[in-house]
Design a binder for this molecule. Structure first.
Ligand SMILES: Cc1cc2nc3c(=O)[nH]c(=O)nc-3n(C[C@H](O)[C@H](O)[C@H](O)COP(=O)(O)O)c2cc1C
Length: 177
C-alpha cells in the first residue's frame, strides 16, 4: 500500500477476527519495527511478542478490562529500556528518549499492520506494574504501549481531527487551548 494510502486507511480497530496472522506478515512487522529511528540509534526499548492465550488474557485484564484485546492472535508490548541509553544521554535518555524510541516503534508497527491489511489498536490505558509483571519487565524498564494485531472484524469510520489552522502554528504558538 502506498504510504499516504496507509495513513488514510489506518484506524484504531477494536473488534478482531479469531484468525491467525501469517508468519511472513508478522515478520514484516517486526522488521519494520527494527527500522524505526531512535536516539543515537541506541534502540532503547524491547518488544515482547505475546501469543500465549492466557498471557494475552492477562494483558487485557491489566488494560482495565479492554476485553477486545483477548481476540487478537498476537500482542506486542513495547517496553522502554533506559539501560541502553542512560550512559550516553543521562536523564534525558532515561526519562524521554527511551519512551520516545518505544512509541515510535509502536507507531511503525501500527502503520505496518495497516499496510499488510491487518488491524491494531494502540493501548495506553493499563496498569503499569501489572503489565510489567506479565511480560517480565523489571525496573527501570517500563511498559510504554501495547499493540494487539489481528484481522479486523469491524471497519470504523475515520474519526474527526482538529482543523489544521488550529493545530499548526506559524513560527510560534498562539491561541493554545
Ligand atoms: C497514547 C495513546 C493511547 C491510547 N490508548 C488507548 C486505549 O487504551 N484503548 C483504546 O481503545 N484506544 C486507545 N488509543 C487509540 C485512540 O483512542 C485513537 O487513536 C483515537 O481515538 C483516534 O482514532 P483512530 O486511531 O481510529 O484515528 C490510544 C492512542 C494513543 C496514541
Amino acid at each position: 500500500m502506498e504510504f499516504f494510502e496507509v495513513l488514510k486507511q489506518r484506524r484504531s480497530v477494536r473488534a478482531y477476527e479469531r484468525k491467525p496472522i501469517e508468519e511472513e506478515k508478522l515478520q514484516q512487522i517486526l522488521e519494520a519495527i527494527n527500522s524505526a529511528p531512535s536516539a543515537g540509534n541506541l534502540q532503547a526499548y524491547e518488544v515482547v511478542l505475546v501469543r500465549d492465550r492466557e498471557r494475552i488474557r492477562q494483558l487485557a485484564r491489566a488494560s482495565h478490562d479492554q476485553t477486545f484485546i483477548e481476540d487478537a492472535p498476537v500482542v506486542l508490548v513495547f517496553v522502554a529500556n533506559p539501560l541502553r541509553n542512560s550512559s550516553t544521554y543521562g536523564r534525558r535518555g532515561e526519562h524521554l528518549y527511551c519512551m520516545q524510541d518505544a512509541t515510535i516503534a509502536c507507531t511503525v508497527a501500527h502503520l505496518a499492520a495497516t499496510a499488510l491489511g491487518l488491524s491494531s489498536c494502540w493501548i495506553g490505558a493499563f496498569d503499569d506494574e501489572a503489565v510489567a509483571k506479565i511480560v517480565g519487565a523489571e525496573p527501570p524498564l517500563q511498559p510504554a504501549a501495547i499493540l494487539p494485531i489481528a484481522y479486523p472484524a469491524e471497519h470504523p469510520a475515520p474519526r474527526s481531527r482538529r482543523p489544521l489552522e488550529d493545530l499548526i502554528h506559524e513560527e510560534r504558538l498562539r491561541r493554545v487551548r
